[in-house]
Every structure is written in structure tokens, then in C-alpha cells.
Design a protein around this ligand. Structure first.
Ligand code: SF4
Length: 267
């Protein structure tokens, strides 16, 4: 039995051509059908035998993301309950009222109470909770400078880059290649700002997963037989406001959010 976390893991095995030979309109739709065990993966005629051998049987589905992160969240909540939230709000340029610190995540307001509980009018993604609580606990409040650096240049970045590339940049690139509304969603749903590229990319969008922690997503379209590429950049002050593990978790969460949206639209 193969262990599969979500439909995107199946989607990544497909060639992304949307050729419809499986009878589904898109590769995304096919991936969802396989994940729901409505279709066998063998129905795509373009897969290597070793992929079919590995994923052709029953699917072992995971615990939810929220369960997965629950332990880390509990620990952080304990820590938040022992700090002065009004001081943290001042340090981070956040608001403090009614015993709650309020800050913006992707432009939407989230509040943290003195017990470390997060609340918002929008859905709270568990991948955002750990970085948000770490940000409140340890963020220095340094303002971004607008100088962009790579993940590798962050403290602890070199040893984590292979994972970051595999779990964050590559899946987002693949989405950008196949889901044409990705950048529109970044701008409209996630309060992104398109900027003139400083590094010659075709698309450059700045997102604010946390107020003092912006990221810049840059995408280069395929050209003259060259593959497309996508990289995520960080402000040079990023290490002052978020540790590398939280940064990684947050970007993983960003990718999962966009994957879910793409699946909803593509399925
Ligand atoms: S899943 Fe396979 S058969 Fe179906 S559209 Fe994608 S590449 Fe074509």
C-alpha cells in the first residue's frame, strides 16, 4: 500500500500535458480521482512501469495537516501564554487591544489571545500557526530593507535548501506552469503586489505571509527550448524576524494552499 499525503503527490507523477487520454479533462482532475480512489492510476497511459508498480495499489491516506502540527502548536501556545503580548505587539508593529495581539497574515487579520490561541474570520491553516507564534515569540521587529536574498543565504539555509527546493520551489513552479490563474490568485486572494522585476523575471510578486516577513516569488516562462523556472526570495532582514524552520514550514504551507486552490479549480 502506498502512502500518499494529498492529490498533489499524484499530480507530480503525471506529465502535466492535460492530454485527456485518461478520460479526465485535466491531469489535476485525474490526480484527485485517483486520490479519492475513483480511478486507478494505471488509467493514465503515460506512466512508467515503476510508478504504476509503486502507486497502483490501495492508497494509505494521512492524518490531516492540522493533526500533524498539533504538538508543536501546543508547545508554542504555552510559551506565548507566558510573554507580555502588548510588548510583543509594540515590538512587531502589531495592534494590541482586548488582551489580543492582532497582525496580518497575507493581508487578513488574525488575533492571538493571552493563551496563544489564534482566531480569524478566515480559515486558519496549521502551517501558518507555527510560524505566526514563533514570529510573535522571537521576531525582532526589524523592518524589511527591500534587498532580496536566496534561501541559501539565510542562516541555516544551505543545509535546508535541498528540501526547500523540493517541497516549495519545484511544486510552485509546476503549478505556475500548469495553473494559469496562480499569479492572479496571489494578487487577488493573498494580497500580493506585482513589482517590476529586479532580477529579470517575467513575473515578480511580493507576498506578506507575516507583516515584517515578505517573500518575493519570481517566475521565468519557458523560452527557446529552456524550461521555466521559479524562485522564492527573502528580505535580507528575514533572519531577524523568523527562524529557518518556521520559514520553511510557512513556505510549505504557501505551496499547499495554492495547490488546494488549483485542485479546486482544476478538478
Ligand atoms: S493524467 Fe495522463 S492521460 Fe490524463 S490528462 Fe494527464 S497525462 Fe493525459
Amino acid at each position: 500500500m502506498s502512502h500518499i499525503e494529498n492529490p498533489m503527490e499524484i499530480f507530480k507523477l503525471l506529465n502535466g500535458s492535460n492530454c485527456k487520454e485518461c478520460g479526465e479533462k485535466t491531469c489535476l482532475a485525474f490526480a484527485v480521482a485517483v486520490f479519492k480512489e475513483k480511478r486507478p492510476i494505471q488509467a493514465c497511459p503515460h506512466l512508467e512501469k515503476e510508478v504504476i508498480d509503486r502507486y497502483g495499489g490501495a492508497i494509505d491516506k494521512p492524518n490531516t495537516v492540522d493533526e500533524y502540527k498539533a504538538e508543536a502548536i501546543e508547545e508554542l501556545k504555552q510559551k506565548v501564554s507566558s510573554i507580555d503580548l502588548s510588548e510583543a505587539a509594540q515590538r512587531l508593529g502589531a495592534r494590541f487591544a482586548d488582551n489580543k495581539l492582532t497582525l496580518k497574515i497575507f493581508g487578513k487579520e488574525f488575533s492571538v489571545d493571552t493563551e496563544g490561541n489564534l482566531s480569524s474570520e478566515v480559515h486558519i491553516n496549521a502551517y501558518m500557526v507555527v510560524p505566526a507564534l514563533n514570529y510573535i515569540l522571537n521576531g525582532s521587529g526589524t523592518s524589511p530593507r527591500g534587498d532580496w536574498i536566496t534561501f541559501r543565504e539565510l542562516n541555516g539555509g544551505p543545509s535546508r535548501y535541498a528540501h526547500f527546493e523540493q517541497r516549495c520551489e519545484k511544486p510552485l513552479k509546476r503549478l505556475a506552469d500548469t495553473y494559469t490563474d496562480l499569479f492572479k490568485d496571489m494578487l487577488e486572494i493573498f494580497d500580493g503586489k506585482q513589482i517590476d522585476s529586479q532580477i529579470d523575471s517575467d513575473v515578480s510578486i511580493i507576498l506578506h505571509p507575516l507583516p515584517l516577513f515578505p517573500i518575493m516569488v519570481c517566475y521565468w516562462k519557458p523560452e527557446d527550448g529552456l524550461e521555466s523556472s521559479l524562485h522564492i526570495y527573502f528580505d535580507a532582514t528575514s533572519d531577524d524576524n523568523l527562524d529557518i524552520e518556521s520559514n520553511y514550514t510557512l513556505n510549505e504551507g504557501v505551496v499547499l494552499m495554492f495547490e488546494k486552490i488549483a485542485l479546486r479549480h482544476g478538478a
